[in-house]
Design a protein around this ligand. Structure first.
Ligand code: AMP
Ligand code: GLY
Length: 417
C-alpha cells in the first residue's frame, strides 16, 4: 500500500510513525513533510495542491491521509481534488471542513442540530463586539478563521477584551474576519476524536490538551504544550453522554445537511456542570493529542484509514490500549508570540525507547537537529498508570535540551491531583 500524508508537524510525524508500524508495511510519502518525517516517508516534488494531487495520481497512491487542516480548505480542497481523481482520502471535503475553518458555520451547525454549545454572537466591528459583550465578564472572543490555535481569548475583564479586539480589528493580526463573542463556560476540558465514515463512527481514546503556555494553566493560549490520553480520562457515564448528546447528533447532522465526511473529527468539549458542551470542532486529529493517542492505537491503522476512506468503517482492524499516555511539548524561545529557529538540540540520542516526535526541527549542515518552529518536539511515554506515564515522560524530557527551551512540568499532573 502506498500512502501519502499531508502535513509537516508533530501530529504528522506521529501519524506517519503509526502508519509505518502498521503490519502491512506500507510505503510512505509526505507533503510538505519535515527532515524528521523524511526519515520514514519520502518527500515528493510538488509545490501546491494541484501538483500534489497530480503527483499522487501518476504515482499510484492508494490513500491520502490529511493531517493538517489548511489543505482541506485551500483552493478546491484536498479531499475534493482527491475524489475528482479517484484517490481515496482520509479527511473531509472542503464544504464539511468548514466545521473547523469557520467558527460561525460550526456554531450555526451546532444550533441547528441541537448540540449543546455556548451562546455566541457574530460581530464585524470593534463597536459591535463591545455591544455584544455588554459588560459581561469573563467573556470569550474568537477570531472566525484558522489561526493556528491562537485566535481565541478568554477575557476576564474589559482591558483584556479590548486588547484582543484591537489585535483582530485594528492590527488585523489574523487577516480579515469576524469575531464571535461567546458565553464563557466552565469545567474540565476533554478532546474526543472519532473516526467518521458517512453515518458510522468509532470513538478513539479521549485526551486532554494543556493549552496554556505556563504551569498552572497560566500564560497565553498556545497550540498545545502537552497532552494526556487514556480511556480512564472520562467515566463511562460521561462517555455515554458525550456519544449521545454530541457525537451522534453531529454524525446525523452531517448526513441530513449533505456534508460528506470520512476522516477524523475532533470534538473539543467542556464538561460543564450541566453536561458536556462543544467548544470547537476540528476536522483532523489534535496536535499534540495525536502524539499522545497514537501510541495507544493497536492493530492496523493503515488498513483502517484505507477502508474508511473507501466507505467501510472497520473497527475490527484497530483496538486501544487501556493505559495512559503522556506527551510533553518542548517549545522554542519566544513561543507562542514568536519562535526562534536555529538553536541546536542536544540529548536526543539519550531518549532510547521513548517516542520523540519532531514538530518544528530541521537538520543543520553539520547534521545536527536544531529548532525550526514554535513547538519543537513532543516526548511521549506510556504506562499502565497515569503516575508512571507522567514520571517517565518528564524524565525523558529532562534528557533533551536546547537554548531557550520552554516546557510545562505539570503535564499529566494538573487537574488530576
Ligand atoms: P478553541 O480554539 O475554540 O478550542 O479555544 C481555545 C481554548 O479557549 C479552549 O480550549 C478553552 O480553554 C477556551 N475556550 C474556548 N471557548 C470557550 C468558552 N466558550 N468558554 C470557556 N473557555 C473557552
Ligand atoms: N490541541 C488542539 C488542537 O489540535 O487544535
Amino acid at each position: 500500500m502506498r500512502i501519502l500524508v499531508v502535513g509537516k508537524g508533530g501530529r504528522e510525524h506521529a501519524l506517519v510513525r503509526a502508519l509505518a508500524e502498521s503490519p502491512g508495511n506500507p510505503e510512505l510519502f509526505c507533503f510538505p513533510g519535515s527532515d524528521a518525517i523524511f526519515e520514514i516517508a519520502k518527500p515528493i516534488p510538488a509545490d501546491g495542491l494541484e501538483s500534489l494531487v497530480a503527483w499522487m495520481k501518476s504515482n499510484a497512491i492508494d490513500l491520502c491521509v490529511a493531517g493538517e487542516e489548511s489543505y482541506l480548505v485551500k483552493g478546491e480542497g484536498l479531499a475534493n481534488l482527491c475524489e475528482l481523481h479517484g484517490i481515496p482520502c482520509w479527511g473531509p471535503p472542503k464544504q464539511s471542513a468548514q466545521l473547523e475553518a469557520s467558527k460561525e458555520f460550526a456554531k450555526q451547525f451546532l444550533v441547528r442540530n441541537g448540540i449543546p454549545t455556548a451562546r455566541a454572537t457574530a460581530t464585524d466591528t470593534l463597536a459591535e463586539a463591545v455591544a455584544a459583550i455588554a459588560g459581561e465578564y469573563p467573556t470569550v472572543l474568537k477570531f472566525d478563521g484558522l489561526a493556528a490555535g491562537k485566535g481565541v481569548a478568554v477575557c476576564p475583564d474589559e482591558a483584556s477584551a479590548m486588547a484582543f479586539l484591537d489585535e483582530v480589528f485594528t492590527q488585523r493580526r489574523f487577516g480579515s474576519g469576524r469575531v464571535l463573542v461567546e458565553q464563557c463556560l466552565t469545567g474540565p476540558e476533554v478532546s474526543v476524536f472519532a473516526a467518521i465514515v458517512d453515518d458510522q463512527y468509532l470513538i478513539f481514546t479521549p485526551a486532554r490538551d494543556y493549552k496554556r503556555a505556563l504551569d498552572g494553566d497560566l500564560g497565553p493560549n498556545t497550540g498545545g504544550m502537552g497532552a494526556v490520553a487514556s480511556r480512564q480520562l472520562v467515566s463511562l457515564e460521561m462517555l455515554e453522554q458525550i456519544e449521545k448528546k454530541i457525537v451522534q447528533p453531529t454524525v446525523a447532522g452531517l448526513g441530513s445537511e449533505g456534508l460528506p465526511y470520512r476522516g477524523f473529527l475532533y470534538f473539543g468539549l467542556m464538561l460543564t456542570p450541566t453536561g458536556p458542551q462543544i467548544i470547537e470542532y476540528n476536522c483532523r486529529f489534535g496536535d499534540p493529542e495525536c502524539q499522545a493517542v497514537m501510541p495507544l492505537v493497536k492493530g492496523d491503522l493503515a488498513a483502517f484509514c484505507l477502508a474508511g476512506a473507501k466507505g467501510d468503517l472497520r473497527g475490527d482492524l484497530i483496538s486501544f490500549d487501556d493505559g495512559w499516555s503522556v506527551c510533553v511539548i518542548l517549545a522554542s524561545a519566544g513561543y507562542p508570540e514568536t519562535s526562534r529557529n536555529g538553536d541546536v538540540i542536544t540529548g536526543l540520542e539519550n531518549t532510547g525507547d521513548f517516542r520523540v516526535y519532531h514538530a518544528g526541527t530541521r537538520k543543520n549542515p553539520q547534521g545536527n537537529w536544531e529548532t525550526n518552529g514554535g513547538r519543537v518536539l513532543a516526548v511521549v511515554a506510556g504506562a499502565a498508570t497515569r503516575q508512571d506515564a507522567v514520571t517517565q515522560a518528564h524524565a525523558a524530557t529532562d534528557l533533551i535540551d536546547f537554548p531557550g527551551l520552554q516546557r510545562r512540568r505539570d503535564v499529566g499532573i494538573l487537574n488530576f491531583d
